[in-house]
Write a protein that binds this ligand. Structure first.
Ligand code: GRF
Length: 212
């Protein structure tokens, strides 16, 4: 059987991309990273792809006359690389229904908080951790979910809690959350690659290996 092919969308440093690369290279993830697409030029995620001989390209939204044209370009590239699962890894654009419908239940995102808290429009990067701390929450975490047309609203696949410490800053909290991101995202991708995820409405059921 041929391996699941991933298309990874990035906009920044790409530490989640790196954790996926490492887990592919160690043999934990039975997938191939077919293409990395960045929405920004010169980001470190592109360097990571290059170092591991993974094809990469830059598609900048503002170079297209509409969101649909931009997303059509993404869809064209992903299809030309026979991508079976789209992975958003620190990718900062919200994708429209047009894009989501092209990859139904085949797009995953990671969010650095416990959805449905501290998520949605405007909650990205350090803003999430600052909001958690300003609110005085004692626990935050990580969520991997399928992407629907909303911002962080799709069915939840895996979540992991991370404690907020009294002496945390948004930076120290982000670093502790990121450590968990690097574990949970490969776990979710592995479940998908092993065909162990089934979606029932909003709920994702995880099947054990024995059930298959
Ligand atoms: C991560 O916290 C991710 O959850 C969020 O953006 C951050 C980017 O991390 N969506 P990286 O680019 O993978 O290092």
């Amino acid at each position: 059987m041929s391996k699941l092919r991933l298309g990874v969308l990035v906009s920044g440093g790409g530490s989640n991309l790196q954790s996926i690369i490492d887990n592919v290279e160690s043999g934990y993830l039975p997938v191939e990273i077919a293409i990395v697409i960045s929405s920004k030029d010169g980001v470190y995620a592109l360097e990571r792809a290059k170092r591991h001989n993974i094809p990469s390209t830059v598609v900048i939204p503002r170079n297209y006359k509409s969101r649909e044209d931009y997303e059509d370009e993404l869809i064209k590239i992903l299809n030309s690389y026979n991508v079976g699962l789209v992975i958003l890894a620190g990718y900062i654009k919200v994708l429209s229904l047009h894009f989501v419908r092209s990859f139904p239940n085949r797009i995953m995102n990671i969010h650095p908080a416990l959805i449905p808290s501290f998520c949605g429009e405007g909650y990205y990067g350090s803003k999430v951790h600052k909001a958690v701390m300003d609110y005085g929450a004692k626990i935050t975490g990580v969520t991997v979910h399928f992407v629907d047309e909303g911002a962080d609203t799709g069915p939840i696949i895996l979540q992991r809690a991370v404690p907020v410490k009294d002496d945390d800053t948004p930076e120290t909290l982000a670093a502790r959350v990121l450590e968990q991101e690097h574990k949970i995202y490969p776990d979710a991708i592995k479940l998908y690659a092993e065909d162990r995820l089934k979606i029932y409405g909003r709920k994702v059921k995880i099947f054990s290996k024995e059930e298959f």
